[in-house]
Design a binder for this molecule. Structure first.
Ligand code: PEP
Ligand code: MN
Length: 334
């Protein structure tokens, strides 16, 4: 529900109305457009009567938001959100950033070497999985806390802020302290208690789209994070499962402009998981930029053929460097 206030509404009146709404258990968001001042109500609004609100003398109009997502939607925030991220990086609304690094942190030499290379090529963030959500329980599960320690060393040596996936609330404190952008993986996109917990940390979160999730479900998951308390959510399109078997997932590039119509949040694309093949990463990364993505997440490995996870979809630092040059050149002309 959105309450559109009259131009002459007093701040004291608005404050009182806001407190009244909050006492009914809803989240109230201030929306200031160019000419209009509005209050967006998210949460369970069933105890709030729009007719009663309509009679308040400083209320101009009450609008119901029919979409199932609210806080991530454009109604609540008409312009694009530009996120202020660690390392002074901006993302969204024309500010573009690249997250690069291996699927998994393996050794200090590996993560350091990749970190230095991707930094030199212009990446803004270093990614690396310490807790890996593997389909098989027999596959490499990540180095866990030791992996995070190595990622921190790479941050210290390069200055790159770090992105890593949290798989359970058990490690909330560690991620709150050590990780700059907390990743929620595709498999956990609808782990609602994890979303609430991670949102409550108030840190930037990279939310990956579930492999079988619609865009509306994706945005509702983002609302869980925003309701939890963070105001910095990055949406990541990483491919969805379809009948096609030629690629690991079907990268839904159309999701980029569709999400941008529906949501104010920045959208980055992960063509590595989106395709599953290193030689498809380059063209699909460019396609994502052309479609309006605010950033990219790319898996880079110094020895892809020996990688403990996702080597087949990882590009070498040399190819990443070429990709960055091409992306920068393309961004000049679009
Ligand atoms: C990852 O980024 O390492 C990952 C596991 O991705 P996804 O959750 O998209 O499968
Ligand atoms: Mn991976």
């Amino acid at each position: 529900m959105i309450i559109i206030l009259k131009e002459d509404a007093l701040e004291a009146q608005i404050d009182e109305l806001r407190r009244d709404m909050e006492s009914k258990g809803v989240v109230v968001q201030d929306i200031r457009g160019e000419s209009k001042h509005m209050l967006g109500l998210a949460g369970d609004t069933s105890s709030i009567s729009d007719e009663a609100l309509q009679r308040v003398d400083f209320v101009d109009r009450v609008m119901k938001v029919s979409e199932p997502y609210k806080l991530s939607g454009r109604h609540f925030h008409p312009g694009p959100t530009v996120l202020d991220l660690p390392g002074g990086v901006k993302l969204g609304g024309g500010a573009f950033a690249v997250i690069a690094g291996p699927c998994s942190i393996e050794t200090e030499e590996q993560i350091l070497s990749i970190a230095k290379d991707v930094k030199r090529s212009g990446a803004s963030f270093l990614r690396g999985g310490a807790f890996k959500p593997r389909s098989s329980p027999y596959s490499f599960q990540g180095l866990g806390l030791d992996g995070l320690d190595l990622l921190k060393i790479a941050r210290e040596k390069t200055g790159l802020p770090i992105v890593s996936e949290i798989m359970s609330s058990e490690y909330l404190d560690v991620f709150a302290r050590d990780v700059d952008v907390i990743q929620i993986g595709a498999r956990n996109m609808q782990n609602f208690s994890l979303l609430r917990d991670v949102g409550s940390l108030g840190k930037p979160v990279l939310l990956k789209r579930g492999a079988a999730s619609t865009i509306d479900e994706f945005l509702q998951a983002a609302d869980y994070l925003l309701m939890g308390g963070t105001d910095r959510v990055i949406l990541c399109e990483r491919g969805i499962r379809t009948f096609e078997t030629a690629t690991r997932n079907t990268l839904d590039i159309s999701a980029v402009p569709v999400i941008k119509k529906k949501s104010h949040l920045p959208v980055v694309v992960d063509p590595s998981h989106g395709t599953g093949y290193w030689d498809l990463v380059f063209p699909m990364a460019l396609a994502s930029v052309a479609a309006g993505a605010d950033g990219l997440m790319i898996e880079v490995h110094n020895q892809p053929e020996c990688a403990l996870c996702d080597g087949q979809q990882s590009i070498t630092p040399a190819l990443f460097d070429q990709l960055m040059r091409k992306v920068n050149a393309m961004r000049e002309v679009i």
